[in-house]
Design a binder for this molecule. Sequence first.
Ligand code: I85
Length: 360
Amino acid sequence: MFKSLTDSISSTKPSSTGLKAKGHPIINDYRISDKVLGLGINGKVVECFSKANGQKYALKVLRDSAKARREVELHWRASGCKHIVNISDVYENAYGGHKCILVVMECMEGGELFQRIQERAENAFTEREAAEIMHDICRAIQYLHSKDIAHRDIKPENLLYTRSDNTGVLKLTDFGFAKETSNQLSLQTPCYTPYYVAPEVLGPEKYDKSCDLWSLGVIMYILLCGYPPFYSNHGLAISPGMKKRIRAGQYDFPDPEWRHVSRDAKDLIKGLLKTDPVQRLTIEQVMKHNWIARYAEVPQTPLHSVRVLREDQEQWPEVQEEMTQALRTMRVDFEDQMTLKNLETSNNRLLEKRKIKSKR
Ligand code: I85
């Protein structure tokens, strides 16, 4: 079983940099500390130290499954980007009586994006700095989408800094929901030859990627003002009212936080938070947008974000929960849509066949 992971992993990168899932015990190579760095839904992340160089790493422990193998495979394939957390080693070990996949990653010691921003001096955070951060996140997404990978779980807690000083690099992590979007039609829709394929069959690819652009819109909005564009009224994580507002694209740019924010910034947010995924900007369009392409020339307008993030600090867990749920809804919705589309096209195909038959 695991051989296939090893094979697929080593086949995705040139053999010179090929990552081999190691079969020998990880404890031969690393000292695993009992410090937990984070808890993902698929597994916990703990601190560990290389016995070869003494350096600190982060270790993600996943129970072996098809889902876990997909996560590691896609994450490894994405590891070549400066703004994606790097995998350095993968082990297959029995751990706690279970077959596990152990992913050794570079250790991100700078903490989460918005924690870092919150720790800054008030008024010291400007629109230009927000644009620089957005540019970094965009680079990660551009890299992924160019490799036909949709991350589908881009949210504040998955954006981490390498270090806490000003040399820290922002990187994206957790490929637990990542999905290969390449249209290998023969695999996706086994009953058609490419000649007959309708545009909507090609559609689902775009939907998966558009999830990441919506996330980008939400993160950009929070960066610029300190609160999210959609929130529930009564503190419950994702209320029916909030769902409605997300679906209707009901958000605004209230004063005083948005008064001095540039028109370019608001224009980009509008393109990212389009409710119709087909109308939403693609990552290539975002890269060409003035606010991203010329991020170093964005006005240095002071933002309210640091003050607001601090004032609303106790609401941050809810903000995170809301984004988690909204992303979950989005992934499920797309799956439903895809099933419907495929049913539609397969029905049409049957109709075609009947028409042809009746003409004979
Ligand atoms: N380092 N989502 C939230 C962490 N280095 N973290 C999460 N899924 C993952 C944790 C729960 C992300 O795949 C996660 C994953 C991977 C990491 C990860 C990877 C590499 C780290 C779930 C830290 C860290 C280390 C030292 C200090 C600090 C953080 O988390 C801090 F600055 F916070 F003190």
